[in-house]
Design a binder for this molecule. Structure first.
Ligand SMILES: [Zn+2]
Length: 193
C-alpha cells in the first residue's frame, strides 16, 4: 500500500489518509488529523476532536464482504465523512459513500447515518450475470462516474454494484433496451442515488 508522510507532524500511513493542502501558493501533504486541526484553527472552532474510525466490513446481498475505510475531513463549516473500498491502492474502483454534516456534528451520529446508507446500497444489485455476461437486472441503474485511468481519455468508466464497468460494456448492456427511453440524472457524491 502506498505510504505518505505528513509535512506537519511527520506521521506516515496509507496514502488515502492524506490530503494535499494549498496555502499561499505552497502545497503540503497533511494527514487528515493535521488537516482538520489546521482547519479548526482557521475556522476558530474550539475543541474540535478529529474523528477516526477503524475499517468496517459489510456484507452485500450476494454474501460478499466489503471492507470500508473511513476518512473524515473538516471542510469549512461542514464535516465530510467518506467510506470507500480499496482495490490495492485504488479507492476509485469500488463502492464509495459520503455524508456531509455541520462542522460541530457528532461524528458517531454521522457515521451511523452513513452506515445506514451503505447498508441500503449493499442490499441491492443492479447488474446480474446472464449466460456469463453482465446485464442490467431491472429498470434502474445506480452508480458513479470515474476517470478510466487513461491519460487523455475521452470516455469515463462507471462503478456499479461496487465494481468497475467499462463504458463500452455499459453500452453493450444498454442494447437490451433498444427503443426504450432513459433518464440520466447526476447527483452530488453525498446524495443518496
Ligand atoms: Zn499530521
Amino acid at each position: 500500500m502506498t505510504q505518505s508522510r505528513c509535512d506537519r507532524c511527520g506521521a506516515s500511513g496509507p496514502a488515502h489518509d492524506f490530503v494535499s493542502a494549498g496555502t499561499d501558493g505552497t502545497w503540503r501533504v497533511l494527514c487528515s488529523r493535521c488537516f482538520n486541526t489546521e482547519m479548526a484553527q482557521f475556522a476558530d472552532m474550539q475543541g474540535f476532536e478529529h474523528p477516526s474510525f477503524t475499517p468496517l466490513r459489510l456484507r452485500d446481498v450476494d454474501n460478499s464482504d466489503h471492507e470500508f475505510h473511513f476518512r473524515s475531513l473538516l471542510l469549512g463549516d461542514q464535516l465530510s465523512l467518506e467510506a470507500f473500498e480499496l482495490a490495492g491502492d485504488d479507492e476509485a474502483a469500488g463502492y464509495r459513500f459520503q455524508i456531509l454534516g455541520k462542522a460541530d456534528s457528532k461524528p458517531f451520529a454521522l457515521l451511523g447515518q452513513l452506515i445506514q446508507t451503505m447498508k441500503r446500497a449493499l442490499s441491492m444489485k443492479h447488474l446480474q450475470a446472464e449466460a456469463g455476461r453482465l446485464q442490467i437486472a431491472d429498470m434502474t441503474v445506480r452508480g458513479r462516474v470515474e476517470w478510466n485511468g487513461d491519460e487523455g481519455a475521452s470516455q469515463p468508466c462507471v462503478i456499479i454494484d461496487g465494481r468497475r464497468i467499462e463504458w463500452n460494456d455499459l453500452g453493450a448492456m444498454l442494447l437490451a433496451f433498444e427503443g426504450w427511453q432513459f433518464r440520466l440524472e447526476m447527483l452530488d457524491p453525498s446524495d443518496e442515488a
